[in-house]
Design a protein. Sequence first.
Length: 311
Amino acid sequence: MAELTSLAAGYATIGQGAGPMVVTERAGLFVKHGLRVETRLMRGAAGVVRALMSGEIQFGNLAAPALLRSVLVEGADVAFLTGGINQQFLMGRPGIPSRRELSGARLGFVGDGGLNDVLTRFVKEELEKEAIREITLVPLPGGGREALVKLLEKECDAAVLTPPEAIEARRRGCQFLVDFGDYGLNYALGGIAARRGYIKDNEEVARRFVRAYVEGMQRYRTDRDFTVRVQQDYSGIADRSVAEETYDMTRPSMPKLPRPVLPALGVALKIMSRELPQAATADPRRFVDDRFIREIDETGFLSSLRKRYGI
């Protein structure tokens, strides 16, 4: 066997978005494609970008806003090579059964410029188009688990959550008010990224990483038991049924080929332009290098995976 190329890859949080990359590692698919990859939990999406730029990691799984901001503000040479998972919901606290009840409501807002903030501002504007007005934004530092606690304690009336926190929220009386998939924003606002300079110098490594990741997504989609066990392990989910519900919610519309989604990046840039003027005229293509995904589509690699994984 040829010598493996060693590298590191980071992911932003322990939510479902990191699932395909961790499944790829745990299933031995990076090794199959000639790579020895160490996956690391970073300090959020901004931490992933910093680690990419410093060379601490070579590939990163993260949501879009941190990458868009780093390119626009700092001139970072990072780009998305693939799409990923970004399944998000606006959830109401117990006692709010539908979004029609949100007029005059308090909407939780993390305030760090990340994905939660972009989606919160986006949904506020969409609700206002439906004459659901006088919505105020209230601080929700940390997001994630902290957001769930604040929602249950009724310190806000609605907040953006992702599984597995969204699963627990539903079990504790919260309702799904908005599925961002209805706006084309599921599986669209993030993915695997790398520095363009690194890709230029290590094109074959990048090609193999993306191929392994795409194969890992097929393993994720077709092996429920394995994926649930991996999710429990890296996310620290003690209750297997929560991991199962997370998988069952994610799986149905998960893409076979994780392309970067330019229209969704355009939506993120539009929302970010309220505070970052240069985002208003930015071309979404500036933040994407999808050559390896296009190769997979054009060379028949995906067709071979369909046969292997029965999809």
